[in-house]
Design a protein around this ligand. Structure first.
Ligand code: SAH
Length: 264
């Protein structure tokens, strides 16, 4: 049914196609201009946070990685180990395909080159790909609607939890979003960093010809959820950009860097 709105949980398992998602949002130079601008906004913010900003450590956990690796390109320079996670098997398989350089793996090289250029040497992109492949040590299933999103897997307390564009897909309402944020902060060491990016005022987004629910968030709702989960907001970069293939009431996007209270 063309007009059905798919939401969290099993709809993702059955209906989310990694290839459609990648082609829609991550075609880089050949894709729609807005999608490209948002990807660059994220890559620049990630560069500012990790490579330039010096946030690093032992373990980074990326929550709701989907089939994408762009969000790890700066962090792989500053963390010893990265754990990528998603709700669906098909996204984890797509990640594995890229990590083990299997035939048909997505070509991320334009994004990798872009990040290398930000770091000052575009020519070292293959070295960065190799580094990221070494740094991602585990692919785990996760469910952010659970209080312990990675159970039953055992993971060490993280120095950083990263989550881009996932909570607003998975959470049906603001209460669920706030609870999910608490679950993610629970994965952090005291004093660890939470880094998140969200679409504001979203209603849905397209994956191929399928419509997926997007939670309507205000910038203040995101910041308050982060604070109430026990973090101090260090930076919030807001930009008036909207995806051309999704529907939001053009309130743009925001990228938030926060730090968990060292005393909890
Ligand atoms: N982080 C990626 C992917 C975002 S797409 C990016 O920046 O592009 C949204 C992702 O949320 C999908 O990969 C989907 O599988 C995941 N997701 C949906 N429900 C979830 C849940 N309950 N727990 C964790 N992830 C979920």
């Amino acid at each position: 049914m063309a007009d059905r709105l798919y939401a969290g949980g099993e709809d993702y398992t059955k209906e989310f196609d990694p290839g459609d998602y990648l082609r829609t949002y991550y075609a880089f130079d050949s894709g729609p201009v807005a999608e490209n601008e948002i990807l660059k906004f994220n890559l620049e913010n990630l560069f500012q946070t990790f490579s330039a900003g010096g946030i690093g450590g032992d373990v980074l956990i990326d929550i709701g990685s989907g089939p994408t690796i762009y969000q790890l390109l700066s962090a792989c320079e500053t963390f010893r180990e990265i754990i990528a996670t998603d709700y669906t098997e098909q996204n984890l398989r797509e990640l594995q395909r890229w990590l083990s350089q299997e035939p048909g793996a997505y070509d991320w090289s334009p994004a990798v080159q872009y990040v290398c250029e930000l770091e000052g040497d575009r020519s070292r992109w293959q070295e960065k790909e190799a580094r990221l492949r070494r740094t991602v040590t585990r692919l785990l299933k996760c469910d952010v609607t659970k209080p312990h999103p990675l159970e039953p897997a055992q993971v060490p307390p993280a120095d950083c939890v990263l989550t881009l564009l996932a909570l607003e897909s998975a959470c049906a309402n603001v209460d669920a979003y706030r609870a999910a944020m608490r679950g993610l902060v629970g994965l952090l060491k005291p004093g660890g960093h939470l880094v998140t990016m969200a679409v504001l005022h979203s209603q849905y987004y397209m994956v191929g010809d399928k419509k997926f629910f997007g939670l309507h968030l205000e910038r203040e709702t995101v910041e308050q959820a982060v604070r109430d989960a026990g973090c101090q907001v260090l930076r919030c970069d807001h930009r008036s950009l909207s995806y051309s293939t999704s529907f939001s009431i053009s309130e743009g996007i925001c990228f938030v860097v926060a730090r968990k209270d060292p005393a909890i």
